[in-house]
Design a protein around this ligand. Structure first.
Ligand SMILES: [Zn+2]
Length: 480
C-alpha cells in the first residue's frame, strides 16, 4: 500500500518497543531498576539515527528528559532568528515536536496475540506496548529528522525534538523540565506538536468520511478530594447516620447537578468543518448549530462523547470509608475527577461544587473540598494561535495521508503533556496522523496495542513534510 513504512523503519520501531520503558513511580527514577531501559532507549536513538546523532545537539535534562536541537542555519543570524527584509534580524520562533518514551505496564501479557514487548512485525502491523502511545510518534519524528538530514535539508528555524520519560505519571521530570530549560533561555516556541487525537474512522456520527481531529484546544484538569468527617463509634448506635452516608449524599448531589452545556468557539468550529460532509439532514443542522443550539443541545448531549465537548464534566472515581463492618468510619473520602471546559476556571469549579455539596450536608459532620494533594490541576488550555500557513499545511498533509479525510479543529478532552508548554507557546497541536477506528483507538493502554505499517508510514511522511515546511516557512528564508 502506498503509505506503508519500510521494513527497516518497522524494525526500528520494533526495537524501541522491546525496551521496557515502563513509567517509574518512585522518587528517584535513576535509582529504579527500570531506569536501565530508559538509558538503553537513549542509546538506541543515537545508534539508529546516526545523522541526527551527529547533526543535532543532544541534551540530557535531569534523569528523564531529552532535548534535541536542530539549530537554524540562517547565515549571520543567531539560532531562532532569521534575517528579515532589509537585513534586520527578526525572530523565527522555533517549532518543537514532543513525544514520550515511557509506556504503561502490560499486566495481562498472556492474553496478547504477540507478547507486549516483542515489537513483532506481523499481519501488516507492528505489535506491542507503546506502538500507538507514544513510541510510534517518537520514532516517526526521528525517522523524519534522519530522512531530512539525508536529503541535505538545513532548517531556517530551529526545530526541537523533545522527549519526556514520565508522561504516564505526571510529566514533572519530562515535559516540565524541558519547558523550564527553554523558558530559562528566553525561548518562545511558534508551535508545539504532541499526541492527543487521530484521524478517526466512524467515530463522528453522521460523517462517513474519516475525520482528522486536529487537537487545537484542551480541557482543564482537576482532581477534587471530597471528605466528610464525623465521630467514630460502634455501628449498633449510629445516631443520625455516618460519614460514609453523608459523603454518598454529597457525591449524589454533585452528580445530579451537572455543569451547564455551552457551545465554545472550538466546538462550533468543529461542526462547521464537518457540516458539509455530514449526511442529510444532519449537515443542515450542524451548519445551523449556533442558532439551533437551545433546541439541539439536550438531544446531542445524550452522547457521552458529545457531552464531554460541551460542558465541564465531573466523575466520582474513588471512594474510601471504614475498615471493618461494625465500626462507624470517622472519615469518608472520595475523589471527583473534573475536566474543565473553556469558560470555567479551577477556582470557579471548586466554588460551584462546594455550594452544591453544602446544600445536602447533614448536621454533625464536617465537609472539606479541596484539590487532591499532589494531583496537578490546570484550567483549560486556550485554542491554538497557529503560525501563518500552518493550518493549511496540516490539512494538506492530512490529504496526503488519507485523501478523503476531512480536517477539523478539535477539543481534546484528555490531558496531554503539551499543556506544560502553555507558558512558552500560543500554538499547540495535539494530533497523530494515523487512521484509526474506535475499536483500534481502544487498544491504547490495552491488550494487543499495535500500529499498522500503513499508519506508521503515514506518520513518518507527515512529520517529514511538516518539519520540511517549518524549516522553510521563515520570512526571508531560502529553501533548505
Ligand atoms: Zn501518550
Amino acid at each position: 500500500m502506498a503509505h506503508e513504512c519500510t521494513a527497516s523503519q518497522a524494525e526500528r520501531l520494533g526495537k524501541a518497543v522491546r525496551l521496557k520503558t515502563i513509567t517509574m513511580a518512585g522518587e528517584d527514577p535513576a535509582a529504579d531498576p527500570g531506569y536501565a531501559e530508559f538509558l538503553a532507549m537513549e542509546r538506541l536513538l543515537r545508534d539508529e539515527f546516526p545523522r541526527a546523532a551527529a547533526a543535532l545537539r543532544w541534551e540530557k535534562l535531569g534523569s528523564l528528559a531529552l532535548l534535541l536541537s536542530w539549530e537554524a542555519v540562517e547565515a549571520g543570524a543567531p539560532a531562532g532568528r532569521a534575517a528579515g527584509p532589509g537585513g534586520a534580524a527578526r525572530p523565527a520562533p522555533p517549532f518543537l515536536f514532543y513525544a514520550h518514551s515511557d509506556v504503561v505496564p502490560a499486566a495481562d501479557a498472556s492474553s496478547w496475540t504477540h507478547p507486549p514487548f516483542s515489537g513483532e512485525v506481523s499481519d501488516g502491523c507492528i505489535w506491542g506496548r507503546g506502538t500507538l502511545d507514544d513510541k510510534g510518534i517518537l520514532m516517526a519524528l526521528m525517522e523524519a529528522v534522519e530522512a531530512l538530514l539525508a536529503a541535505g535539508v538545513r532548517p531556517s528555524r530551529t526545530l526541537y525534538i523533545a522527549i519526556g520519560g514520565d508522561e504516564e505519571l505526571l510529566g514533572t521530570r519530562g515535559a516540565s523540565v524541558i519547558v523550564k530549560a527553554l523558558a530559562d533561555r528566553g525561548i518562545r516556541l511558534g508551535c508545539v506538536f504532541d499526541e492527543g487525537s487521530v484521524i478517526a474512522q466512524g467515530a463522528v456520527p453522521f460523517v462517513s468520511k474519516p475525520v482528522a481531529l486536529v487537537g487545537v484546544a484542551e480541557k482543564g484538569f482537576l482532581n477534587l478530594e471530597v471528605s466528610v468527617t464525623g465521630k467514630a463509634g460502634h455501628s449498633s448506635m449510629p445516631g443520625r447516620g455516618t460519614a460514609a452516608g453523608a459523603l454518598s449524599r454529597v457525591l449524589a448531589e454533585i452528580e445530579k447537578r451537572p455543569f451547564p452545556l455551552r457551545l465554545t468557539p472550538t466546538v462550533a468550529g468543529f461542526f462547521k468543518a464537518i457540516a458539509p460532509h455530514a449526511s442529510a439532514p444532519m449537515g443542515r443542522l450542524f451548519r445551523l448549530l449556533r442558532p439551533l443550539w437551545p433546541f439541539l443541545k439536550g438531544t446531542l448531549s445524550a452522547s457521552a462523547a458529545f457531552d464531554a465537548q460541551v460542558r465541564t464534566t465531573q466523575a466520582a472515581t474513588m471512594l474510601r470509608a471504614g475498615v471493618v463492618p461494625n465500626v462507624l468510619p470517622a472519615e469518608a473520602r472520595g475523589v471527583v475527577n473534573i475536566r474543565i471546559l473553556h469558560g470555567d476556571t479551577v477556582e470557579g469549579v471548586i466554588e460551584r461544587v462546594r455550594a452544591k455539596a453544602a446544600r445536602v450536608m447533614p448536621k454533625g459532620f464536617t465537609l472539606k473540598i479541596a484539590p487532591l494533594p499532589g494531583g496537578d490541576a490546570n484550567g483549560p488550555i486556550p485554542e491554538a494561535r497557529m503560525p501563518a500557513g500552518l493550518w493549511e499545511e496540516l490539512a494538506s498533509a492530512v490529504q496526503d495521508a488519507v485523501p478523503d479525510a476531512v480536517t477539523a479543529p478539535f477539543l481534546v478532552v484528555g490531558a496531554t503533556d503539551s499543556r506544560r508548554f502553555t507558558g512558552i507557546t500560543d500554538g499547540i497541536v495535539r494530533f497523530m496522523p494515523a487512521l484509526l477506528t474506535e475499536e483500534h483507538i481502544g487498544l491504547l493502554h490495552n491488550v494487543d496495542e499495535r500500529i499498522s505499517l500503513e499508519n506508521y508510514g503515514r506518520m513518518i511522511s507527515y512529520y517529514t513534510r511538516i518539519m520540511r515546511w517549518a524549516g522553510n516557512s521563515v520570512p526571508g528564508s531560502r529553501s533548505g
